[in-house]
Write a protein that binds this ligand. Structure first.
Ligand code: C2E
Ligand code: CA
Ligand code: CA
Ligand code: CA
Length: 275
């Protein structure tokens, strides 16, 4: 048994080493990408459910890692946080996104994801302010998306930072809503401007009455708080129909548009009267 135990431990340790080695290698490549300006941005459209009009775009970070190919931000952001590169990357994302949005026609908004680590740094307030000044973008057209988990790390500090940013006229959305373990508490602690319903709710909403009931309840919650709800991950007409029937405000997902370049046709199209 002792020999077997030792073998297990040795295996476990080599796995740990391998994992740490891979993370170090990725961190090195992330820093190189920061220096070379190798990150790109993709934009995903957000639309009003009732009219189909474009309301804005969410910015999504893209990285084509040398010798590896595209890596999802869900995989490299945690490493970028760990190695400290997230601050430079987050700065770049904010500045580039604001500059891009300043070229669009007036009402369209730009939504930018903010990581937990950024939300723990007071510098974020200055970064947002200077990104707005530099680009000339009106603060009311910028929205920051923060997750509940990124707030609870150091709640008081995060709320303090968010309040200062909101005071500039920038709006704040709560992202992946419904997946954290204290979503209602988070909602109570800050006057969010938008609720982004996590896409896991969309996956079942067509077949499952229970999921539909939960979606309906969250929409009712949004209405009673006067906070608009955007449903993420809308992939089918059936899902969109449910959202329309239940009075969801906005939607985002592959059905409405994949992340990519801005579709200028969409931005310049005249709004069609709802009937
Ligand atoms: P998120 O903020 O929840 O972003 C939505 C993710 O869902 C994106 O994945 C998007 O491509 C994907 N998506 C959109 N519509 C659909 C759909 O209909 N079906 C499915 N299955 N997926 C859909 P992506 O681009 O891989 O980003 C993953 C996560 O990485 C984001 O989740 C966000 O948390 C983070 N992220 C992305 N860009 C940034 C950034 O600039 N800064 C920070 N801090 N985080 C970012
Ligand atoms: Ca988001
Ligand atoms: Ca989300
Ligand atoms: Ca189009």
């Amino acid at each position: 048994a002792k020999a077997e135990f030792d073998r297990h431990i040795a295996y476990y340790e080599s796995e740990m080493d391998e994992h740490a080695r891979q993370r170090r290698a990725m961190a090195r490549d992330i820093w190189a990408a920061v220096e070379q300006g190798a990150f790109r941005l993709a934009y995903q459209v957000q639309k009003a459910v009732a009219t189909g009009e474009v309301t804005g775009y969410e910015v999504l970070l893209r990285w084509d890692r040398p010798l590896h190919g595209p890596v999802s931000p869900a995989d490299f952001i945690p490493v970028a946080e760990e190695c400290g590169a997230i601050t430079s990357i987050g700065d770049w994302v904010l500045r580039t996104a604001c500059r891009e949005a300043a070229r669009w026609p007036e009402p369209y908004k730009i939504a930018v994801n903010i990581s937990a680590l950024q939300l723990g740094q007071v510098e974020l307030v200055d970064t947002v302010r200077s990104a707005l000044l530099e680009s000339g973008l009106s603060p009311k057209r910028l929205e920051l998306e923060v997750t509940e988990t990124s707030i609870i790390t150091d709640k008081n500090r995060a709320l303090h930072i968010l309040r200062q940013i909101k005071a500039m006229g920038v709006s704040i959305a709560i992202d992946d809503f419904g997946t954290g373990y204290s979503s209602l508490d988070t909602l109570r602690s800050f006057p969010f401007d938008k609720i982004k319903l996590d896409r896991s709710f969309m996956q079942e909403v067509e077949q499952n009455e229970q999921s539909k009931a939960i979606v309906r309840a969250i929409l009712a919650l949004g209405r009673s708080l006067s906070v608009p709800v955007l449903a993420e991950g809308v992939e089918t007409m059936a899902q969109l129909e449910v959202l329309r029937a239940e009075g969801c405000n906005e939607a985002q997902g592959f059905l409405l548009g994949r992340p990519g370049a801005i579709d200028w046709d969409d931005l310049l199209e005249l709004p069609v009267a709802a009937n």
